[in-house]
Design a protein around this ligand. Structure first.
Ligand code: SAM
Ligand code: SF4
Ligand code: SF4
Length: 329
C-alpha cells in the first residue's frame, strides 16, 4: 500500500492524457495557451499502461483519466481496455470530460470497461454556457449527459465550478436539473489554477453559500459519513427526490488531511498536489530503461514528498507550477 509521510493512503491516480482542450473555460484555460507538451514528450498509451500497472501493484485502486480534454486523444477506449486488464486490483476507472466528444465514444468506452464518467456543465443557459466555456456547445453537453444515461453509467456525475457574477445565479437551476434527471451534481469552489490568473478571492463562492442557496429552494439532508477520503460533502434532497448534491470546497473547507490523490501529467511528470511547485520526472525514469522495481522505488520516494496541504489561504501562497489544464483536474 502507498502511504505518504503524513500516513495518508494514496489510492487514487489521476492521469492527464493531454494538456490540449477544445474549450476555453474562463476558470481554466481562457487564453488557449500553447500546449506545453510536444508529441515526443507525451506519454504513449503503452507507457501509460506500464506505469499504471506499476502504480496498481503499489496500491492504487482508482484511476481517473482527465486533461485538458482527454477525448481529444485518439483511441481512449483502447487505453481503457488496457487498463481494464488491471481489474480487480484496480477497482474503478473513471473519465472526466467536457462532454463535447462523448456521444461519439460513449459506447466504445463503456464496452472497454470504463466504470464512471464525470461531465462538466457550468450553466444551463446557452449564452452563459458559451460565455464561460468559449464554445456554443450546451446542446452537445446535454447530448453527452443523455448518452451517458442511455449507456447506464451510474451514477452520472456533473461538475460545475461556481464563480461569482458568472454562474452563481444558476446554482438552484443546476440543483433542479440534478433532481429532474437523477444526477449527482457537484459544485466546486473556484481555485487559483486558471491560466489567465484572474482568480481572486472575491470570485470564490463558498461551499457554504452554495449549500444555503440550494437548501433554501430544496431542503437538503447530509448523507452521513460520506466525507472519508471523499472530497465532497454529499447531500440528498430531503423530500426524497432523486439526485444528489455534492459540495467541493477546497478553498474554504480544506480537505487535504484526507487527500488520497496523486497525479501524472500528459508529459509524464508526477505531481503530488494540485498546488505543487515542482514535479517528478517519471518519463525520464521510464524512458531510461529502468526496471519495474526501479520505477516502483521512484514512485515510492516521490509519494513520500507529498505536501501536507495547500496554502491558498496563507500570505505565503506560491502559485502552482502549472495551471489546471496542464495538471489534470
Ligand atoms: N476537460 C475536462 C473537463 O472539463 O471536464 C477534464 C479536465 S478539467 C481540468 C477537470 C475539472 O477541473 C473540470 O470539472 C473543471 O470544472 C475543473 N476545474 C478547472 N479549472 C478549475 C479551477 N480553476 N477551479 C476549480 N475547478 C476547476
Ligand atoms: Fe478544457 Fe476542461 Fe479546462 Fe474547460 S475545464 S478549459 S473543458 S480542460
Ligand atoms: Fe490533495 Fe493538494 Fe488537493 Fe490538498 S490541495 S486535497 S493535498 S491535491
Amino acid at each position: 500500500m502507498l502511504r505518504d509521510s503524513y500516513n495518508r493512503k494514496i489510492s487514487d491516480l489521476r492521469i492527464s492524457l493531454t494538456d490540449r482542450c477544445n474549450f476555453r473555460c474562463f476558470y481554466c484555460l481562457p487564453n488557449g495557451e500553447p500546449p506545453l507538451a510536444r508529441k515526443e514528450t507525451i506519454l504513449t498509451f503503452e507507457e501509460i499502461e506500464r506505469v499504471a500497472r506499476i502504480f496498481v501493484s503499489l496500491g492504487i485502486e482508482k484511476i481517473r483519466l482527465t486533461g485538458g480534454e482527454p477525448l481529444i486523444r485518439r483511441d481512449v477506449p483502447g487505453l481503457v481496455e488496457k487498463l481494464s486488464a488491471l481489474k480487480p486490483a484496480l477497482s474503478d476507472i473513471a473519465l472526466t470530460t467536457n462532454g463535447f466528444d462523448l456521444p461519439r465514444h460513449a459506447a466504445a468506452l463503456k464496452s472497454s470497461g470504463l466504470d464512471r464518467v464525470t461531465i462538466s456543465l457550468d450553466s444551463l443557459d446557452p449564452k452563459n454556457f458559451a460565455d464561460i466555456t468559449g464554445v456554443d456547445a450546451l446542446g452537445k453537453v446535454l447530448d453527452a449527459i443523455a448518452s451517458a444515461r442511455e449507456l447506464r453509467f451510474d451514477p452520472i456525475k456533473i461538475n460545475a465550478v461556481v464563480i461569482r457574477g458568472r454562474n452563481d445565479h444558476e446554482v438552484v437551476d443546476l440543483a433542479r436539473f440534478a433532481r429532474d434527471n437523477n444526477i449527482s451534481m457537484r459544485f466546486i469552489e473556484f481555485m487559483p489554477l486558471d491560466s489567465g490568473h484572474e482568480w481572486d478571492r472575491s470570485l470564490v463562492v463558498s461551499g457554504r453559500e452554495i449549500r444555503e442557496k440550494i437548501g433554501a429552494a430544496f431542503p437538503l439532508a447530509l448523507i452521513e459519513a460520506t466525507r472519508g477520503s471523499e472530497t465532497s460533502w454529499k447531500y440528498r434532497f430531503a423530500d426524497g427526490s432523486p439526485g444528489e448534491i455534492g459540495i467541493i470546497a477546497p478553498v474554504t473547507e480544506m480537505f487535504c488531511g484526507q487527500c488520497s490523490r496523486i497525479r501524472l501529467t500528459a508529459d509524464g511528470q508526477i505531481r503530488t498536489c494540485l498546488f505543487s511547485t515542482d514535479e517528478h520526472d517519471l518519463r525520464s525514469v521510464v524512458r531510461s530503461g529502468s526496471s519495474d522495481g526501479e520505477v516502483e522505488e521512484f514512485i515510492r520516494s516521490v509519494v513520500m514528498t507529498k505536501e501536507p496541504r495547500h496554502y491558498i489561504n496563507d500570505n505565503s501562497f506560491q502559485p502552482a507550477s502549472r495551471t489546471m489544464s496542464f495538471i489534470g483536474g
